[in-house]
Design a protein around this ligand. Sequence first.
Ligand SMILES: NC(=O)C1=CN([C@@H]2O[C@H](COP(=O)(O)OP(=O)(O)OC[C@H]3O[C@@H](n4cnc5c(N)ncnc54)[C@H](OP(=O)(O)O)[C@@H]3O)[C@@H](O)[C@H]2O)C=CC1
Ligand SMILES: CC(=O)C(C)=O
Length: 318
Amino acid sequence: MASKVPKVKLNNGLEVPIFGLGTWKSKPGEVVQAVKDAIDVGYRHIDGAFVYGNEKEVGAGIAAKIADGTVKREDLWVTSKLWNSYHRPDLVEKNIRASLSYLGLKYVDLYLIHWPVGYKEDLENFPKDAEGNILFSDVDYLDTWKAMEEVQKKGLAKTIGLSNFNKAQISRILENCTIKPAVLQIECHPYLNQKKLIDFAHSKGIAVTAYSPLGSPDRPWAQPGDPQLLDDSKLLALSKKYQKTPAQILLRYQVDRGVIVIPKSVTKARIQQNIDIFDFKLSPEDIAYIDTFDVNGRLCPLATAVDHKYHPFTNDEY
Ligand SMILES: NC(=O)C1=CN([C@@H]2O[C@H](COP(=O)(O)OP(=O)(O)OC[C@H]3O[C@@H](n4cnc5c(N)ncnc54)[C@H](OP(=O)(O)O)[C@@H]3O)[C@@H](O)[C@H]2O)C=CC1
Ligand SMILES: CC(=O)C(C)=O
């Protein structure tokens, strides 16, 4: 089945589907089926990461749909991310090879530095001292980027990019790189619309992917009483106006801004609902209206690493 999802052309000529499936928090026991359901209804882009701990099952879902002839490997866009404990240049290839081994793939389409902050290099994803504080590494992300360029040159990743980097950090990479980042993945939804950072990235030829586009209601640190984006009364009014669900309005908001979007779901009906956004558009006035919902409402602050010298959200405007 041909997918109805449009593609975004990257600065290296590759094309990425503007819509994909997120897999953070998708339990190993449910994500195999979620990936299969997603591919069955036309998803061709899967977003994952080493640290999500489920790449083996994501890979099993992909393998099943290749084996039954629904898709070929080259029809799919698979993203993975370098975890913070592997920033030291000699560990970058080790971490991507681990992801490839779990996924059962020879290459990923996109490999991102997950965060600009490095953690102490050992076998733990979250190395801690006796008081429970994360142990940092001071590896410069410029050195990590050089190793990312090498994994692209070796063909382990078709293209490389950044996640959770701020404007100053992206600029520093651009001033010192051989291969330009093709994609920047950042938290993005109406409560944190990221307009300045998106405009900056686009002005540099870097495509942007919005993570937590539905407000990540299942994030592990959510507290009772936290604002629920999906229940926002202004959003519900737009949902009524367009006769689309609140989630579909949130996803279309990103697509209409030229932003790639990767909602997570393990629920078959929602997986279907979320991709059903290519038969309508938001008006420019409604996009501008949704832009006014911004409350600097960051949901993924990486609070455990605010003291890291490269923490992206503490010292810079955006
Ligand atoms: N680079 C980075 O640092 C980060 C990357 N990401 C990536 O972005 C992806 C998406 O972000 P994420 O934080 O997971 O959150 P999302 O904003 O995608 O929200 C996911 C939640 O919304 C629910 N949901 C999905 N569809 C609907 C719907 N149509 N109606 C109502 N509820 C719905 C899901 O429930 P259910 O599954 O039960 O259906 C789940 O609880 C991640 O999974 C990951 O791949 C996310 C955070 C950080
Ligand atoms: C979900 C994720 O990618 C985080 C918190 O790094």
